[in-house]
Design a protein around this ligand. Structure first.
Ligand code: ADP
Ligand code: 5GP
Length: 188
């Protein structure tokens, strides 16, 4: 059985990664979500082992020391996010394709490591102001956290050229169609 491939979805927070990924996971694309580890608090409705592996800062540091992560980033001050090697292997060894929702630096890092086995996709908002509105209406983050995410967005968008594909998420349905198209082309 051939090993699965990696589909990396990166974007500033609030650009629609989760929305697009959740839609594609329902389809017949042989995808499975890579569950990351983080030391941030779960949001309302989030579950350990489904959305993330919610671990303590000490557990996170130990995983780094023990070389258990493919990559990790301190995405926001004091808040770490990373991908366990065994999570990627678990999915690929079943012959399924791994879909990752990771930050921009992490996305570039994973693409470098997996090269032709990975497709990196950057989801871009129509504008930074639209992004702020979407984060406000999502209603899951404090104003302070939203400001932090929006401030970081312009910087992150400047890295879009390092990705294999860039998709603008203006009309959601179109963005999903385009993302499905490039994934199908890649996985064959
Ligand atoms: P991310 O996972 O990148 O942080 P989300 O998928 O949570 O982003 O999307 C942020 C918010 O924007 C959510 O409330 C989502 O429903 C909304 N959203 C996503 N795409 C669109 C779109 N094309 N038009 C309007 N709202 C959108
Ligand atoms: P959130 O707190 O909104 O769930 O995620 C914040 C950011 O962390 C998002 O940009 C998300 O893509 C990123 N992220 C989630 N998991 C990982 C990971 O394993 N590695 C890296 N580098 N970033 C991640």
């Amino acid at each position: 059985m051939a090993k699965g491939k990696l589909i990396i979805i990166s974007a500033p927070s609030g650009c629609g990664k989760s929305t697009i990924i959740n839609e594609l996971l329902k389809e017949d694309l042989n995808l499975e979500f890579s569950i990351s580890a983080t030391n941030r608090e779960p949001r309302r409705g989030e579950k350990n082992g489904i959305n993330y592996y919610f671990i303590s800062l000490d557990e996170f540091k130990k995983a780094i020391e023990d070389g258990e992560l493919v990559e990790y980033e301190e995405v926001y001050p004091g808040r770490f996010y990373g991908t366990f090697k065994k999570e990627i292997d678990r999915i690929r060894n079943k012959g399924k394709n791994v879909i990752l929702d990771i930050d921009v630096k992490g996305g570039i890092n994973v693409k470098k490591q997996f090269a032709d086995d990975a497709l990196s996709i950057f989801i871009e908002p129509p504008s930074v102001e639209t992004l702020r509105h979407r984060l406000l209406s999502r209603g899951t983050d404090s104003v302070e956290s939203i400001n932090q995410r929006v401030d970081k967005a312009s910087y992150e968008i400047s890295f879009s050229k390092h990705f294999d594909k860039v998709i603008i998420n203006d009309v959601l349905k179109d963005a999903i169609n385009k993302t499905r198209g490039v994934i199908k082309e890649f996985i064959g």
